[in-house]
Unconditional design. Structure first.
Length: 319
């Protein structure tokens, strides 16, 4: 076993994170605030700080509940099995994050692809609400005719509530839900606040939705598009798979205000690039193969190199 004396010293940010957790768990707010300031000076992301605080608070509350239960049992005050709910099995996620954003924050590559499919014939704006939550200001300033939101499974309820807010602010807006969960379970987006559900690759379906909406035409029959009808979701035929190299390059210029905030672990700023899609296997715990209908699609190397030449970030993650 190596001698602890010979081990390299821990990074100051790790020491500060541990100290922060200990002070929050022990209910020492003044010492905790000192560690928060030190972590910020060291450049630790706010999401990491929030995650540590939330976990420490949970541990403190759980420990307090266990002490109260033992006291009540020994004092014969009450039957804790009838008055106390069981402690949660694992620490809660940070309340401001969903889907892992407390350890990484990738650029919204899917939205950049969708935006590229609409440019230059339409004005397009990307609002990354993980970083900018002022939805009211964005709607008021941009006054969109169509608003689309992409969602993973963990985002479904949040997206439904967001669409309700959008409709309350501007009922004339056409609302469109899409993304991974809409591809696998489109009926989960059946809501009076959602006008259109797009399943599968959304570039061409969204392009047709916007074009028809602009002309005042019916949206029925567009491949990959579902429309609410009499409490059900009327689904058209699936959209055909398009070779990845035929898709436009992502409109990364639309996320310029946010790009310095995208990161993963120590890599920041971070860009994302798609080199393939789907999977040939059928793992029961994963829905990735369903997204591409069981196929595995790849891009040609020269197309990947061309896109790489346009990316300014030094760190890169492939998807």
């Amino acid at each position: 076993m190596p001698n602890p004396v010979d081990a390299p010293p821990l990074h100051p940010s790790i020491v500060a994170l541990v100290a922060l957790a200990a002070n929050v768990a022990a209910n020492h707010p003044k010492q905790g605030l000192c560690q928060v300031e030190r972590l910020r000076d060291l450049g630790v992301p706010e999401a990491h700080i929030r995650a540590v605080v939330d976990i420490a608070r949970h541990l403190r509350e759980e420990a307090g509940a266990q002490l109260d239960t033992r006291f009540d049992e020994q004092a014969g005050i009450q039957d804790p099995t009838q008055t106390r709910a069981p402690a949660p099995a694992e620490p809660p996620k940070a309340p401001v994050t969903l889907g892992g954003e407390d350890v990484f924050l990738f650029e919204p590559l899917a939205l950049e692809y969708l935006a590229a499919g609409l440019l230059p014939h339409h004005d397009v704006k990307i609002l990354d609400m993980r970083l900018d939550r002022d939805l009211h200001r964005a709607l008021e300033g941009f006054s969109p005719d169509v608003v689309g939101i992409t969602a993973y499974t963990v985002h479904v309820k949040t997206v439904r509530r967001t669409f309700e807010t959008i409709k309350s602010l501007d009922p004339r807006v056409l609302t469109v839900a899409g993304g991974h969960h809409a591809t696998v379970r489109p009926r989960d987006f059946l809501s009076s606040a959602i006008d259109v559900v797009v399943s599968g690759e959304g570039i061409e379906p969204l392009r047709q939705v916007v074009a028809r909406h602009e002309r005042g035409e019916s949206l029925e029959g567009i491949p990959g598009v579902g429309l609410p009808r009499d409490g059900e979701l009327l689904l058209a035929d699936p959209a055909p798979l398009v070779p990845l190299d035929e898709a436009p390059l992502p409109a990364r210029e639309l996320t310029a205000p946010y790009r310095r905030h995208y990161y993963s672990e120590w890599m920041r700023p971070l860009a994302s690039i798609r080199t393939s899609k789907g999977c040939p296997y059928r793992c029961r715990f994963c829905a990735l193969w369903k997204i591409a209908g069981g196929r595995y699609l790849k891009r040609r190397p020269e197309c990947v190199v061309e896109e790489l030449s346009r990316i300014e970030e030094l760190s890169l993650i492939h998807i």
